[in-house]
Design a protein around this ligand. Structure first.
Ligand code: SAM
Length: 448
């Protein structure tokens, strides 16, 4: 097939597909984006534009020259907007709001200059001021999604305790009015400006894990999270003797790691198969004097009094009904091996709700009810991904933040990046679709 999108071979195309990358310098970052999103040709030279500081613009122009791309302002094939320098001076939510209004308008203004089906990349980061987390990048993403088609995002990992950059990708195309159906101010309005949090500064902002191979019974579960992830979070957000809870325990990873680290582990799981795997795993841990109990059933019906007050909650929900989507590579592979591809066919399984907003509302209701049993000042971590379905992006992680923020305050976002998965050349020759290899670990704090 003739490559209509850029001049990269599959070998060069693949590494760009990963939804995270390591930051070395701005030149390398701009260069790989220019290479990916433009296609130099003798007849029709593509035109690119940069917006950002003047020294970075000179850098971008020199890269355009190197790749035989015109630098211009009209009939644009590609726009790169670097906002990272502008964020440095924003200290209050009011300042951030004024900046957002101006910036969104400027970016909408590019629409008349950008050619049909061409991309805009925006480099930005969320802002953490003294333990208060302002997801300004996600808010910009939500607002722009009302005008352009939100195509993808890529995490640009800097030093472990530096907030990662996020490269947002939008396209001007026939779907560009697609409304994500959350009003643009939902996320932002839900973030209170006044609360200040004494947060834990040492937790890494992004991390890779090399999980041990899963045991025979653990493989039966299609989406177990690694022990290493749970222990990383338990060590930061809980202490020995604490009560740790997971309302959707799966194979009991949360409880097993809690017991190993001398915490008490409590949970609920709907599937009887996963529940009994979890019970067996817990029973095998030498728990000393620590307690554990796991209920089988619908977490939405868990009743007060069954558990002591929680000191810490860590959990990962079904990623909507994605496991019911046939054709995903991983699903096909599991099917071939005779393994279960979804959690269950039970209608109470939240992963079987096919309407996104019903799914989100049920999940949020459940989370709000368990937060009532979390001690004041306690933390709650949710491991989650945004969801790509049938060419559209559902910002599941951002939506959880906006819906939960009245009940607790977002205090940290850790990006778990997976570098041990096989890359697939999605969209090869045609468009940009990344392999989503990052999860958001959203940590909230329950305030008085
Ligand atoms: C992402 S998995 C959790 C995996 C778990 N963290 C582990 O490491 O094994 C989500 C779990 O939620 C369970 N689940 C779905 N709907 C539920 C409900 N209504 N009540 C309780 N559990 C439910 C599924 O059976 C599945 O095991």
């Amino acid at each position: 097939m003739k490559n209509r999108f850029n001049d990269l071979t599959g070998k060069e195309w693949l590494p760009f597909q990963k939804s995270f990358t390591h930051f070395t310098n701005f030149g390398d970052l701009y260069q790989e984006n220019i290479r990916f999103f433009t296609k130099p040709s003798n007849e029709l030279t593509p035109v690119a534009l940069f917006s950002g500081s003047s020294s970075k613009e000179i850098l971008f122009q020199s890269l355009c020259e190197k790749y035989k791309i015109h630098y211009g302002i009209n009939n644009l094939d590609y726009i790169y907007i670097d906002l990272t320098d502008e964020l440095i001076n924003l200290q209050t939510k009011d300042q951030m709001e004024s900046w957002l209004l101006i910036t969104v308008n400027e970016i909408i203004g590019y629409s008349s200059k950008l050619l049909h089906r061409k991309f805009i990349s925006i480099l930005i980061n969320n802002i953490n001021i003294q333990g208060k987390y302002y997801p300004i990048a996600w808010e910009l993403s939500n607002r722009l999604a009302q005008h352009y088609t939100r195509k993808d995002e890529k995490i640009i990992c800097r030093k472990k305790n530096q907030e990662p950059f996020i490269n947002l990708y939008f396209r001007k195309d026939e779907d560009s009015a697609f409304n994500t159906a959350i009003s643009p101010s939902d996320l932002w309005n839900s973030i209170p400006d006044t609360t200040s949090i004494s947060s834990i500064q040492t937790h890494p902002n992004w991390f890779m894990l090399r999980p041990k191979p899963r045991k025979k019974d653990e493989i039966l579960h299609p989406a177990k999270y690694p022990e290493e992830l749970v222990s990383l979070y338990l060590n930061t957000y809980s202490k020995k003797g604490d009560n740790v809870f997971d309302p959707m325990s799966g194979t009991g990873t949360t409880q097993v790691e809690s017991l190993k680290l001398s915490r008490n582990g409590y949970g609920v799981e709907l599937s009887s198969m996963f529940h009994s795997i979890a019970v067996n795993r817990c029973a095998q841990v030498d728990s000393n004097s620590n307690q554990w109990s796991l209920f089988e059933g619908d977490a939405r019906n868990w009743t007060d009094g069954k558990f002591p007050t929680f000191d810490y909650i860590i959990t990962s929900p079904p990623y909507w009904d994605m496991l019911n989507m046939q054709g995903a590579e991983n699903q096909a592979l599991r099917k071939k091996k005779g393994l279960q591809t979804n959690y269950s066919d039970n209608e109470k399984d939240l992963g079987n709700i096919d309407d996104y907003y019903s799914f989100l509302n049920d999940l949020v209701k459940l989370y709000i009810s368990i937060i009532t049993n979390l001690k004041e000042g306690g933390y709650f971590t949710i491991v989650v991904k945004n969801i790509k379905k049938k060419g559209k992006i559902y910002p599941f992680a951002f939506d959880l933040v906006s819906k939960l923020s009245p009940s607790c305050t977002l205090s940290h976002v850790g990006y778990w990046c997976q570098d041990d998965l096989r890359l697939a050349p999605y969209g090869f020759g045609n468009t940009w679709v990344s392999n989503t290899f990052h999860h958001y670990c959203l940590t909230f704090k329950k305030m008085n």
